[in-house]
Design a protein. Structure first.
Length: 357
């Protein structure tokens, strides 16, 4: 079941869905599980997963795949199933807001295809990373993964919300030979439409206000990530041109001013409304030595803030959205471990690529 196949009606059932979500959240892998996994070979990781809630997917796919391929296909299938469950449980406005938020995986999939084509990956490798939990059909995703060029991907998105923005960013992509303009066009399209569909905060009910608060935080951290990524790329790109409206941390001009200085960025967050809630994460941000470390610290910061909101407002959509982020992070972590072990990386090297609270 997906946002494109189910209608909603009636009142929201927050208590029921939050109770189910908290049970699922408790079953996610913890730091001890990750420490075990980074010391296993891919075969051992697969056997470990067969004894967890991934058992059904591992058994269903075991005859067709093995090693890292089996792990990756099982991860993405499991993730899609969990989010289909969310939509099956939710009713009323809660369903509408969760369905709207899960369109993030359309953006995820488009960026995954763009990165795959850009790096020369084949269609099968790209498909293994796709998460079929958004509104793009399986047929569309398969067609995109089989495209032979970036232009082919964009053409394959004609009729979707991403087509025109990607066309508009293609010239910058060609000029800089970097994916940043295209990836930002996808993110900006998703978030701006997400916010646009919602009522103004002053007229919204409390449930929608909490939803907006969460979305503003995610947009803020996306702007942080994009600003630093552009600055570190060395490309002749004005970070303010890729600013996403809807956040509260800074405006487009502040993005331009802060993009080239990580310390200024961190201090700006520390002095903002997020400061008190992100003390630990900000220490990680300040200590990050490279772009990858900074981005992992940003991911951890957003997870921490999402959890803060979910505990502050326990019977609300924030608990559901916090779980979605945490589940997504589990998938990313397990995938990073499996790929790292296959590549012969040492446990401490792999652990640096994990996002944990």
């Amino acid at each position: 079941m997906s946002p494109r196949t189910r209608s909603s009606g009636g009142s929201s059932n927050y208590e029921y869905v939050v109770a189910r979500v908290r049970a699922r959240r408790a079953a996610l892998f913890d730091e001890d599980d990750y420490r075990k996994l980074v010391r296993m070979g891919t075969g051992e990781i697969a056997r470990f997963m067969e004894e967890t809630e991934y058992e059904r997917e591992m058994n269903a796919l075991g005859a067709r795949y093995s090693g890292v391929d089996l792990i990756e296909y099982a991860l993405t299938r499991n993730m899609a199933k969990h989010f289909e469950d969310l939509l099956a449980w939710a009713e009323g406005e809660l369903y509408e807001n969760v369905a709207r938020y899960l369109r993030r995986f359309d953006a995820w999939n488009v960026k995954t295809v763009l990165r795959g084509i850009y790096s020369g990956a084949d269609a099968e490798a790209i498909e293994s990373d796709l998460i079929r939990a958004g509104e793009l059909t399986d047929e569309t995703l398969d067609r995109l993964a089989s495209a032979e060029s970036i232009e082919g991907v964009i053409e394959g998105l004609e009729g979707t919300i991403f087509y025109e923005p990607l066309l508009g960013s293609f010239e910058d992509f060609e000029a800089e030979e970097l994916l940043v303009p295209l990836e930002n066009a996808v993110d900006r399209t998703f978030y701006e439409q997400l916010i646009e569909d919602l009522p103004d905060e002053q007229y919204a009910d409390r449930a929608t206000q909490l939803y907006l608060e969460f979305l503003r935080a995610e947009i803020d951290f996306r702007n942080l990530r994009n600003a630093l990524r552009i600055a570190r790329s060395g490309a002749d790109i004005d970070p303010s041109e890729y600013y996403i409206d809807g956040g509260s941390l800074f405006d487009a001009e502040e993005v331009r001013r802060l993009a080239g200085d990580k310390d200024l960025l961190v201090e700006h967050v520390r002095e903002s409304g997020y400061g008190d809630d992100l003390e630990t994460a900000l220490e990680e941000l300040a200590a990050a030595e490279d772009l990858i470390g900074f981005e992992h610290a940003l991911d951890a910061a957003l997870l921490e803030y999402a959890d803060t909101l979910s505990y502050r407002y326990p019977v609300s959509i924030t608990a559901v959205l916090s779980y979605i982020l945490a589940k997504e992070r589990e998938i990313d972590n397990i995938r990073a471990i499996a790929r790292g072990r296959e590549s012969g990386l040492q446990p401490d090297e792999i652990e640096r690529d994990l996002v944990m609270l």
